[in-house]
Design a protein around this ligand. Structure first.
Ligand code: G16
Length: 549
């Protein structure tokens, strides 16, 4: 059987590739202005069908979202059968196919691809897809559906939902009826699984003040509203920034990325959050989570992905120890270069810690090397993964004392609160709330586990970010030229100074990270490095941002 070339040609002509754009499957799939993604979505539909055929008809996921990016952006990423990110070797195929200039060249590239990758076209193709609330979403989904139609793939439209729910659906569809079943393959199955485990974990815990959830005016607002109905007495919540139909509101002065980058409260929450009340921000597709609280002086404190790692990993280690399984279940942590130096120091003194390049796919795979792997990027994107033997042990172990039995039951319920497929803001929020309730912590107690070094993230717009090449888990630059030496020299002048530079995989910018012992020194270091980056990349002198030193 060969490719349905006539159908592909007919439909591909309806989705021509713009001549002047070079697409790239980056950190989290294709991501750029929504209005130039039509041909990409059509081609991704075909690629998803081929991926399914290659994997013997397993269901592949497609999520249409640009997550934390501004509203005019959109994007698309593929999800592999266990709910994890697309296998990295296929990313370059995706880039090649997205960039073939004409329908004829696209078809010929597809034929080569099918041959070299040995795809059996006679196999079935199954794809489940969803989108976030962006205005460009419906047209892009229609283009994706044309791609599926061209391949006669079986498509399941999961509608408007969060990225983590789409990942959950992929895993549950593919494990249905097997002994590795991950739950019921519906949204209701997702809410029921998470909330029933959460509700059990909260039995007997004292009532807590309401949690304010900043929904970034995105799809998380819909999901948080549904979830809250399942949490009637266990977690009172107040949903804010829920304007999903207001043009321009998505991620605008709100959401996890806004809070992390600006290190301040979304202005819309200023009058809402009381002293010592905790709140959290989701991002545009609800796969990132950042917590915060105001102290008694109404001073803002942020609790980011590093703080979540510390809280969650310490609690899991404690439970494993109480159950008596410390020798059999090794807990480890995965971070990226963005992790605050203080968090890495705190964690490394207690647990194995690995550093990998940015991107959940890298963290997820590294975390799978542990029995229990806790991974969070500082930006609040992460989860906990349990190996299959670890899960089997947790559900078959026979405890010897009532204390062990209680801890084991908690561990089992925690496993069900966690969405192991990918970072999930709502699941992570429930997990954090469980730990806070069990430890009787408020924001201040949690925050006091270690003190963050002041840090600063700066975006630098350059003519071509692709000239920036990194090594050593993105901690060092090898290109352009002598830039790394200049950064090294600068960093030595700051107490506990650290800085690195890397091209973003989701935005057309270069990112600069810096930390040092004081806020003033940190900002000075960050803006000096940003200035070096701007000049080295040939940025226009007349447009040079005035804060760059
Ligand atoms: C995506 C990835 C994250 C990554 C982030 C920023 O998040 O899934 O792993 O940290 O982009 O990546 P970069 O610095 O390369 O732009 P999201 O929430 O936007 O999907």
């Amino acid at each position: 059987m060969s490719l349905p070339v006539n159908d592909i040609r007919r439909l591909s002509d309806l989705h021509p590739k713009p001549q002047d754009i070079n697409y790239q499957y980056g950190t989290a799939g294709f991501r750029t202005l929504g209005k130039v993604l039509d041909s990409v979505l059509f081609r991704v539909g075909i690629l998803a069908a081929l991926r399914s055929k290659k994997l013997d008809g397993k269901t592949i996921g497609v999520m249409v979202t640009a997550s934390h990016n501004p509203e005019p952006d959109n994007g698309v990423k593929l999800v592999d059968p266990r709910g994890e990110m697309l296998e990295s070797s296929w990313e370059s195929h995706a880039t090649v196919l997205a960039n073939t200039p004409s329908t004829d060249e696209f078809i010929s590239a597809l034929q080569d691809f099918v041959k070299t990758t040995k795809i059996d076209i006679s196999k079935p193709a199954r794809v489940v897809y969803a989108r976030d609330t962006r205005p460009s979403g419906p047209a892009l989904v229609a283009a994706l559906e044309d791609g599926l139609k061209a391949m006669s793939a079986e498509g399941r439209n999961a509608g408007v939902t969060t990225t983590p729910i789409l990942h959950y659906l992929v895993r549950t569809i593919n494990t249905k009826g097997s002994k590795e079943s991950y739950g019921t393959d519906t949204e209701e199955g997702y809410y029921t699984k998470l909330s029933s485990a959460f509700n059990k974990l909260m039995v007997g815990r004292p009532p807590r003040p309401p949690l304010v959830i900043d929904c970034a005016n995105g799809v998380g607002a819909l999901a948080a509203r549904v979830l809250s109905r399942y949490l009637v007495n266990s977690l009172p919540v107040e949903l804010e920034n829920t304007a999903i139909d207001t043009p321009g509101a998505l991620n605008n002065s709100c959401g996890a990325d806004f809070v992390k980058v600006n290190q301040k409260l979304p202005p819309s929450l200023t009058d809402l959050l009381g002293p010592c009340q905790r709140g959290c921000s989701l991002d545009g597709d609800a796969d990132r989570l950042i917590y915060f609280y105001l102290d008694e002086h109404r001073q803002f404190h942020m609790l980011d992905g590093d703080k979540i790692t510390t809280l969650v990993a310490s609690f899991i280690v404690e439970l494993v120890k109480t159950v008596g399984l410390s020798e059999k279940l090794k807990v480890g942590v995965v971070q990226t270069a963005y992790a605050n130096g203080s968090s890495t120091k705190y964690l490394s003194e207690r647990l194995p810690v690995k550093c990998v390049p940015t991107g959940v796919k890298h963290l997820h795979h590294a975390a799978e090397q542990y029995d229990i792997g806790v991974y969070f990027e500082a930006n609040g994107h992460g989860t906990v993964v349990f190996s299959q033997p670890a899960q089997d042990l947790i559900f078959s172990h026979q405890p010897s004392t009532p204390t062990q039995l209680t801890a084991l039951t908690h561990l089992q319920n925690i496993l069900n609160v966690i969405n192991q497929t990918v970072g999930d803001a709502l699941s992570d929020m429930l997990l954090v709330e469980v730990v806070l309730a069990h430890k009787s912590y408020g924001g201040a107690e949690w925050d006091s586990l270690y003190t963050d070094l002041p840090n600063r993230l700066v975006k630098v717009v350059v003519p071509d970010r692709n000239i920036f090449k990194t090594v050593d888990a993105e901690r060092r630059l090898v290109s352009p030229g002598a830039l790394q030496n200049k950064i090294d020299e600068l960093v030595t002048k700051y107490s506990e100074g650290r800085s690195f530079v890397r091209p973003s995989g989701t935005e057309d910018v270069v990112r600069v990270y810096a930390e040092a012992t004081t806020r003033r020194q940190t900002d000075d270091l960050a803006f000096r490095v940003a200035g070096l980056v701007y000049d080295e990349a040939g940025g226009d002198r007349s447009q040079r941002p005035k804060e760059f030193l």
